[in-house]
Design a protein around this ligand. Structure first.
Ligand SMILES: Cc1ncc(COP(=O)(O)O)c(C=O)c1O
Length: 480
C-alpha cells in the first residue's frame, strides 16, 4: 500500500441479521486487520463517507465504529488528515513484527470475529442467544463482584448441581454433584485426566482418523498416542488390544465419532469397557457434541447406567453454546475422584466465577434444553440443505458426518492448500488429512461444517468452493 493511501475494506462483509451491531462488526474487522498486520501503524483509514458508501451503511455507523477504536487507543483522529492507526498500539493488539513467526501453533486457527461459512468448531452465528446470555452474564458479574474468596476448586456448587442434573436426564449418567469438576472445556478436562492417571511416558489409544488436538495434547503431555483405526462401528477395539494391550488410557468420541459422526456400536462399547476393566486402563469419553445429534435421540454416554468405574466423562459447552464461553466439565469416576480433584485443586482452578454462574442459570432456568432443541432442528435443516445443494451441483459423494458434511477428494489432492485458498475467499472448510495419524495413509477431503450455512447463499457458496477444486487429469468430477 503506498504511504498515505487509505486502506481498503476489500474483505469486509457485513452480516445484517447478526446480533452484533454493524458498528461493532466494522470495529472488529478493523481491529482484526490491525492485529494481523494488514493495517499498520500510521495507516490511513477511508473517510466516514467513503466507507459508508462502500458498505451501504449510514455515515454515523462508521463514525461510531471509529470512535470505539479511538477510545481504545487503536485509532487516532488526525483532523483534516483523516483517521489513522495509532503509532503506539496498546500491548493487547501488537501486530506481528515483519518477518516474525507467530508463536501460536500452526494448526490453531482462530477468528474471534464472525465465523466463515463451512467453518468447523463454531456454533451458528445467527442463532446464538446473545441478548439472553448478555443479561445472565451481567447479573452474574454483579452478584459475584462482591465475592472475594477462592471458592470451591471444583467449580461453583450451583453449576455442579445443574450439570449433574443435566447429564442424568440427557446423557443417562448417574452421579452426584460431588463428582463434577468444572473445567475450561475439553482440553482443560483432558489435561486434568492425564495428570490424575499418571499417563506420562505411557501409551494412549486414539481414534484414527480422530481429533488432531487430542494427539497434539497427548504428545505435549509426554504420552504416546497409538492410532487405532475406526470403521463404521467406531474404534476397532480388537486392533487397539493388538497394538498396545497395556495402554494407560483410550480417548474416544463414542457419541458421534470425530470426524465421521458414527456412534460406537454396542458390541464395541462392551469390548472397550472390558478392556479397561481387565487391564486397569482408563477411558476418556470426549462427549463434545453431547445431545447435538441430528438423527433421532443421541445414544446414552459410555459413562451412563451406573457402576461404570473406568470412564472419565468429559463434557464441553464449546459446541452446544460457544467456544468463547470456555467452560466444560468432567464427571469423575469414584475410584479416581480424589486424585482428579487433587489435580484440579493444585494444578488447575475453575473458570471465572461469573461465567459459571451465568451458565448455571442458563441450565437451571431451562434455556439450555430449549437452545439445544432449536439448534438440533436448525443444524438438521442446514445439513440437508447443503447435501441437496451439492447433489444439485453434481457432487454425489458428499456424506453427512455429525455437524458437518464430508466431501471426499482424490487421495493425491492437497486438501490443506485447498482449505487455505478457500479461506482467502472467506470460506472456512477444514482439510480432512490432518485428522489421520502420521503413519496411516491420509485420505484427502474437506469437512464442511453446517452451523453457518445460510439457505439463501448456499448455492453461491458451494459454487465458489467447487471452482477452487480443479480436478487433475484422469479424475472425473464424479470421483470428487
Ligand atoms: C472432537 C472434539 N472434542 C472436543 C472439542 C471441544 O474442545 P474444547 O472444549 O477444548 O473447545 C472439539 C471442538 O472442535 C472437538 O472437535
Amino acid at each position: 500500500m503506498p504511504p498515505g493511501a487509505p486502506w481498503k475494506m476489500a474483505t469486509l462483509t457485513l452480516d445484517r441479521v447478526s446480533p452484533a451491531t454493524l458498528a461493532d462488526q466494522i470495529a472488529r474487522h478493523i481491529e482484526f486487520a490491525i492485529a494481523e498486520g494488514s493495517l499498520q501503524s500510521g495507516g490511513r483509514l477511508p473517510s466516514w463517507r467513503d466507507l459508508a458508501g462502500q458498505l451501504g451503511v449510514a455515515r454515523g455507523t462508521v463514525r461510531a465504529a471509529y470512535e470505539k477504536l479511538i477510545d481504545r487507543g487503536l485509532l487516532i483522529a488526525a483532523g483534516a488528515a483523516g483517521t489513522r492507526v495509532a503509532e503506539h498500539l496498546p500491548p493487547t493488539i501488537v501486530p506481528p513484527s515483519s518477518g516474525g513467526e507467530s508463536l501460536l501453533p500452526q494448526d490453531f486457527h482462530f477468528r474471534s470475529t464472525q465465523a466463515l461459512v463451512f467453518q468447523m468448531g463454531v456454533p451458528a452465528h445467527d442463532a446464538f442467544p446473545a441478548t439472553l446470555w448478555a443479561r445472565l452474564h451481567r447479573q452474574a458479574v454483579q452478584s459475584t463482584s462482591l465475592q472475594t474468596g477462592y471458592g470451591d476448586p471444583r467449580g461453583l456448587p450451583e453449576l455442579r448441581s445443574a450439570v449433574a442434573s443435566h447429564v442424568a436426564i440427557a446423557r443417562g449418567i448417574e452421579c452426584s454433584p460431588e463428582q463434577i469438576i468444572v473445567t475450561t472445556g475439553f482440553r482443560g478436562g483432558l489435561g486434568i485426566a492425564l495428570r490424575a492417571i499418571g499417563a506420562t511416558g505411557r501409551q494412549a489409544w486414539v481414534e484414527d482418523p480422530g481429533y488432531p488436538v487430542t494427539r497434539y495434547a497427548l504428545e505435549l503431555a509426554g504420552v504416546h498416542p497409538v492410532p487405532v483405526p475406526v470403521d463404521g462401528d467406531g474404534m476397532i477395539v480388537a486392533r487397539g488390544r493388538e497394538l498396545a494391550p497395556r495402554a494407560a488410557l483410550a480417548v474416544v468420541t463414542p457419541g458421534q465419532q470425530a470426524p465421521s459422526g458414527v456412534a460406537l456400536a454396542e458390541h464395541r462399547r462392551q469390548e472397550l469397557l472390558q478392556w479397561a476393566e481387565s487391564c486397569g486402563g482408563w477411558i476418556v469419553e470426549d462427549d463434545y457434541l453431547a445431545e447435538l445429534h441430528l438423527a433421532g435421540r443421541s445414544p446414552n454416554a459410555l459413562a451412563s447406567g451406573g457402576g461404570v468405574e473406568r470412564v472419565i466423562h468429559v463434557g464441553t459447552f464449546s459446541k452446544t453454546i460457544a467456544p468463547m464461553v470456555g467452560v466444560g466439565f468432567l464427571v469423575a469416576p469414584l475410584p479416581l475422584a480424589r486424585r482428579l480433584i487433587d489435580v484440579a485443586t493444585w494444578l488447575g482452578g475453575p473458570p471465572n466465577a461469573a461465567l459459571q454462574l451465568a451458565l448455571s442459570a442458563f441450565l437451571s432456568e431451562g434455556h439450555y434444553l430449549r437452545h439445544l432443541r432449536r439448534m438440533r432442528r436448525l443444524y438438521g435443516q442446514r445439513r440437508q440443505c447443503l447435501l441437496d445443494t451439492l447433489t444439485r451441483l453434481g457432487i454425489e459423494t458428499a456424506v453427512p458426518a455429525a455437524l458437518s458434511v464430508m466431501l471426499p477428494l482424490p487421495d493425491d489432492f492437497d486438501d490443506r492448500r485447498l482449505a487455505l485458498e478457500a479461506c482467502a475467499v472467506d470460506l472456512g472448510p477444514a482439510p480432512l488429512s490432518p485428522w489421520f495419524a502420521a503413519d496411516s495413509p491420509p485420505r484427502s477431503g474437506l469437512l464442511l461444517a453446517v452451523a453457518n450455512v445460510r439457505e439463501r447463499n448456499i448455492e453461491q457458496d458451494c459454487r465458489r468452493l467447487l471452482t477452487l477444486i480443479s480436478i487433475p487429469k484422469g479424475v472425473s468430477k464424479e470421483q470428487v
